[in-house]
Design a protein around this ligand. Sequence first.
Ligand code: NDP
Ligand code: HSE
Length: 429
Amino acid sequence: MEKVKIAILGFGNVGTGVWKILQENKKEIMKRSNCQIEVAKILVNDINKKRDIDISKEILTDNIDDIINDESIKIVVELVGGRDEAKQYMIRAMKAKKHIVTANKLVIANWGEELFKIADEENVLFYYEASVAGGIPIIREINESLTANRIEQIIGIINGTTNYILSKMTLEGLSFEQALKEAQEKGYAEADPTSDVEGYDAVYKLAIMASLSFGTKVDHDRIYREGISKISAVDIEYAKKFGYTIKLLAIAKEENNKLELRVHPTLIPSSHPMANVNDAFNAILIKGNAVGELMLYGQGAGDMPTGSAVVGDIISILRNNVKPSELKALNDDADFKEVKKSEENESEFYIRLNVNDRAGVLGDTAKIFGGNNVSITSITQDVVHKEHVLLAFITHKSAEKNINNSLKKIKELENVNEIESIIRIESFN
Ligand code: NDP
Ligand code: HSE
């Protein structure tokens, strides 16, 4: 049986997960890959750092050259995270004729095209299943199982950290800060959790999925983005009253050759299966014109689930797969598709105002909505202070432009103190 040496760059959450899987499932992996895998080197920042896993100091290095210059290493698994160094490590490894496996969505979303071109030129394989939705095999699903379809839409909960935070706030009444701290302790969050909390991580993942699904290059800067840092316990309560649950959704739809791409907190009906996707679990609902609706559910972050996707990619390389088809769509910008401006999108909306308790304020507000072609489905109001009332509306499906125009005028009303929340609703129709 062939012996294959690999190197792991990074021995944090995911790196240790990969190590554990390679040890625990050694027999199965050997059978399935027909190879004996040896982890020859592991790159870390600090060789002397105390680690939970007992590992020989011989294997650890803080010098990438020890890996690049070692011709016996055939596969490099990039799990250091971040951008510039990770990208450079991968480029150097490919130029040294090493295959790549990575979980780095930031690098793929920004420089995928450049990296895949180098992989082609150097005739090496480049796999990145773990970059989207942790343990869920979504990249293979899109590129292999669903290739018979024209994909019409993807709606996903694709960030484990924010889903953990929102579920803990909703189900256990934890504060945002407490829940974030727990997500960090469990190893779900990025080194800089702003990427999770403000929706950047989900934007990178959506850009990758949309590129592959719609066969066009999707620039992540064109994706509308809002994070969850402004979601309050009050909104979670109001959402419940109206029969909804708040989730951070990533949405990609194609209609008439135009793409609608957005990541934002969303009210979804509490009866929908997505509303029950809790903790660090992810779920992705795909609609293909042949298969109809398909939903994938699984752990979207964490050492072992992410390690599962990474080791799956290593095995694919060892099975000597030909060039992975998944590279194609990200490389191909010939079939250009326009991305709609957010003003062109339509949604139902939840809007919450803080108003003075005066006769006529509800009427004035409703009149402005009506005058801008925004029709209201439900209203609720609560006195929060002897003077102040919280007024919450659910609208019918409306053009974002009409919502924005209404809110501009509502803001100017004498008895409106603040527009406290504007959250889109997804009804999955
Ligand atoms: P961690 O921060 O837990 O681990 C990073 C590791 O890389 C550490 O071992 C660190 O060394 C090492 N490292 C960092 N920078 C360098 C550098 N410049 N040179 C050498 N070594 C370096 O990250 P994660 O394991 O959580 O994430 C890794 C990647 O996987 C990221 O791209 C992330 O987005 C992605 N990912 C993470 C998931 C998760 O659940 N955590 C899920 C899916 C993808 P030292 O140990 O010495 O500090
Ligand atoms: N920080 C990411 C998340 C890790 O929480 O989803 C998985 O990509």
